[in-house]
Design a binder for this molecule. Structure first.
Ligand SMILES: [Fe+2]
Ligand SMILES: [Fe+2]
Length: 376
């Protein structure tokens, strides 16, 4: 059984010093090489025996969209205006409600908080971009390593989806925002671990269940909250794709986990826990505090006390926890993962809707086409 130190590199999950010690020291690198283990598997069994995956594949073929022509790229985006309008629309205070006397924020006024809002947008969209490239690489790997023909077909459509997602986030950052951030070190560690693992189902668990489950929740939150129409539409389309991707993970792993023994399931639980911690750590936004030249540890301590921050952090797990439950990972082996998720403060989502079927109601591309056909 692995210890916290072996799984996440520290004994105490909340050890802030250790979390912030993980930083990206290669911020200027152009390429990042990761060894990808695992066999490329040919199958000579071409029989279409997995109807649910077949249905998902048909849906994916019909729901392709074009990043260049299906989004209103002529929308003018004034970042400062968006920060202010979002705060107003969501009844959020500008800057923390907490007492900041004696903290690095003591001298911050509206100007600084506005700039923080702008940098936060740059950072958030940059991490989405890097995460999408992770998904592109992982899904290409799934095409090679998954042994089932229906899953290879489906995964091939996801490769195209992820290319489109990288494309839209890169274009949005270049044309509408004011700066890029390099990949967050915690996110990079997680992507490296997923790609490195030789077991085909671990690519699925790390990417389709954990990273994409979190992305679906985060995109949903921002899609609801933002007043910027281009980003709203962009996220609506990306989320429709992501819902299929998470469903692909749930459907495939549900079948495969039936074959695994208790110790193999425990390894999957540990991997899910490691991924959850890495993703929670990445949302501390340490690179943004660094950008402002303030003490990162002090800044994180203050920000983490804000109640809306805690709600947002927890909500990020609203898709992951029910999906882990559906896969049987929550309660296997005396509920080991249930205990970990309880410690992380996210167990309350266990009975929220899982993503096995949600993709059908989220098919925004099909809805728009039907609406356009009806008015034509
Ligand atoms: Fe994606
Ligand atoms: Fe995806």
């Amino acid at each position: 059984m692995a210890s916290n130190l072996e799984m996440i590199g520290r004994d105490d999950v909340d050890d802030l010093e250790a979390i912030l010690a993980v930083t990206n020291t290669d911020a200027d690198e152009i390429a990042h090489n990761v060894t990808s283990h695992g066999d490329a598997i040919f199958t000579w069994d071409y029989e279409r025996s997995r109807a649910a995956l077949g249905k998902l594949y048909e849906r994916a073929k019909k729901s392709q969209w074009n990043a260049q022509t299906d989004l209103p790229w002529d929308t003018d985006v004034d970042q400062e205006h968006v920060v202010l309008a979002n705060a107003l629309a969501n009844n959020m205070t500008f800057g923390p409600e907490l007492d900041v006397a004696g903290t690095p924020f003591a001298n911050w006024g509206d100007k600084e908080w506005l700039e923080f809002g702008v940098q936060s947008q740059n950072w958030t969209l940059s991490q989405f971009l890097h995460g999408e490239q992770g998904a592109l690489i992982c899904t290409a790997k799934v095409v090679e390593t998954v042994p089932w023909i229906d899953a290879k077909y489906y995964a091939a459509t996801q490769v195209m989806d992820e290319a489109r997602h990288v494309e839209v986030f890169a274009k949005y950052l270049d044309e509408k925002l004011s700066g890029h951030y390099p990949i967050n070190a915690h996110l990079r560690l997680l992507l490296d671990d997923i790609i490195n693992d030789s077991r085909w189902d671990m690519t699925y668990l790390g990417m389709q269940i954990m990273v994409e489950g979190l992305a679906l929740a985060a995109f949903g939150f921002i899609q609801q909250m933002t007043t910027e129409p281009l980003l709203k539409q962009l996220l609506r389309y990306v989320m429709a794709d992501e819902a299929r991707h998470v469903a692909f993970g749930v459907l495939s792993l549900q079948e495969y986990y039936q074959e695994l023994n208790a110790s193999e399931i425990r390894e999957r639980q540990e991997f899910a826990f490691e991924a959850a911690v890495r993703m929670r750590d990445r949302f501390l936004q340490q690179e943004v505090w660094d950008h402002f030249g303030i003490d990162v540890k002090e800044a994180v301590k203050i920000v983490m006390q804000a109640p809306e921050r805690k709600t947002f952090q927890a909500l990020l797990f609203s898709k992951i926890v029910p999906n882990c439950k559906k896969l049987g990972l929550l309660d296997a082996g005396d509920g080991w993962l249930r205990e970990r998720f309880t410690e992380l403060g996210v167990i309350q989502f266990e009975d929220w809707v899982d993503t096995g079927e949600e993709y059908a109601s989220l098919d925004e591309v099909a809805k728009d086409r039907e609406a356009a056909a009806a008015t034509a």
